[in-house]
Design a binder for this molecule. Structure first.
Ligand SMILES: *Cc1c(COP(=O)(O)O)cnc(C)c1O
Length: 424
């Protein structure tokens, strides 16, 4: 980790050209890498030596961008994935096997909910979903003998529930398992979950990190803080010999790098959800301005939320940075400089009025996306979360009338003017 401040890390971390080399991170658009001796290539395959051989495992462009994200989060190792979904899938699959169990805060992105509630269940891994506002006792009661991880979103998409990081971290550690946080909405500009006890952080880089709605991507960062060896019997995949690599033991050979090395060497090798170097290059350009864009998103979002709150046709508004919001205190604790650019609201006219208002917006577009420079809206009950039944919707914190408004970084007066004419 470098000692630079966050703003500098956004620009400088991950890539340092040598004398006469490209100033800008090059795109290593190559599937493979050349060696002069067959012997050396063999050592790479045995993980005896580090180096590039095939882009499904590692690529220099991707590694540089992963290193930047790692530095921003304050971690020890990181990897890029093809999407946020792949990141959340790998983050869990790297430490569970059929017959295992995880505990999740229930306010989740729709895709993540489906992944943990249904898809990994077919692989023999069960999830228990707990109300993020549960008591310590209720949280403790969710753990089982076979629990291997705790997962939650820092700011749930789209419920905007702020996760009490310390409560979940303490529970995870009391039960000898790591705490995994999806930090997509806060980004390391507003929150670094490792400072609050998280062990692993995931990202959908598709959102603010890319910031321009150009590339789908994900990342996993390891803090290096979780001691797998202390809980050896729970994590045999990391602490006992891997026969597919001549019996190496990840924790013995790679120490704090064990978790990410295993995720790369096994999961990426076998499942192959790599990010293309071209996308990593674009993601890196997005990261260079993350520290400028995120504060503006947050500032604009609070202004739109204030405007909506005072509008006669608006029934309710949720923005964790707005005084009076249910999650204001938690947001102030974990994200005093701002939360995210996404707010939600409902109209007095309910679901039908929501749909009509959205159709009348001119600049603000209806898209299945959040967290890029352009303002956009979505109605989760009829879009992203439409496969959920009413009970699941409520558990995920999504009311049927909820409009998700991803406030962009256009001029605030233009954004509010569009909302105003649509509401009228
Ligand atoms: C979008 C999103 C995901 C999924 O990411 P993709 O890049 O779309 O696969 C996961 N978690 C959160 C919080 C998200 O907003």
């Amino acid at each position: 980790m470098s000692n630079y401040k966050t703003e500098t890390k956004c620009i400088q971390s991950g890539y340092e050209p040598g004398n006469g080399e490209a100033r800008v991170l090059p795109i290593y658009q190559s599937t493979t890498f050349r060696y002069t001796s067959s012997e050396q290539m063999g050592r790479l395959f045995d993980l005896e030596e580090s180096g590039y051989f095939y882009t499904r495992l590692q690529n220099p462009t991707n590694d540089a961008v992963a290193a930047k994200i790692c530095d921003l989060e304050g971690g020890v190792a990181a990897m890029l994935t093809s999407s946020g979904q792949a990141a959340n899938f790998y983050a869990i699959m790297n430490i569970v096997e059929a017959g295992d169990h995880i505990v999740c805060a229930s306010a989740l992105y729709g895709g993540t909910y489906n992944l943990y509630a249904h898809t990994i269940k077919k692989m023999g891994v069960e999830a228990t979903f707990v109300d993020p506002e549960c008591t310590q006792e209720e949280l403790d009661a969710a753990f089982q003998e076979n629990t291997k991880a705790v997962f939650g979103e820092i700011i749930a998409n789209p419920a905007l529930v702020v996760l009490d990081l310390e409560k979940f971290a303490n529970a995870a550690h009391a039960h000898g398992v790591p705490f995994i946080v999806d930090n997509t909405f806060a980004t390391p500009i507003n929150c670094r979950p490792f400072e609050w006890g998280a062990d692993i952080v995931t990202h959908s880089t598709t959102k603010y990190m890319d910031g321009h709605a150009a590339c789908v991507g994900g990342a996993i960062v390891d803090s290096g803080n979780f001691d797998w060896e202390t809980h050896k019997e729970k994590f045999p995949g990391l602490t006992t010999p891997d026969e597919t690599y001549h019996g190496i033991v990840y924790t013995e050979k790679f120490g704090k790098g064990a978790y990410i090395t295993k995720a790369t060497a096994q999961l990426m090798r076998d499942l192959g959800s790599i990010q293309s170097p071209q996308n990593a290059f674009l993601l890196n350009i997005g990261l260079e301005t993350l520290h400028l864009r995120v504060p503006r998103h947050c500032e604009n979002a609070v202004k739109v939320a204030e405007y909506l709150k005072n509008h006669e046709k608006v029934a309710w508004v949720r923005c964790p940075s707005l005084p009076g919001d249910k999650y204001y205190d938690l947001a102030q604790k974990y994200m005093p400089n701002g939360t995210c650019g996404v707010i939600t609201f409902g109209l007095k006219g309910g679901r039908d009025a929501a749909v009509e208002m959205m159709d009348r917006l001119k600049m603000v577009a209806i898209v299945t996306h959040v967290a890029d420079a352009r303002s956009c809206v979505l109605h989760p009950a009829s879009h992203t979360h439409r496969q959920m039944n009413d009970k699941e919707l409520v558990e995920a914190g999504v009311q049927p009338d909820l409009i998700r408004f991803s406030v962009g970084i256009e001029n605030i007066e233009d954004i509010i003017a569009d909302v105003e004419q649509a509401l009228r």
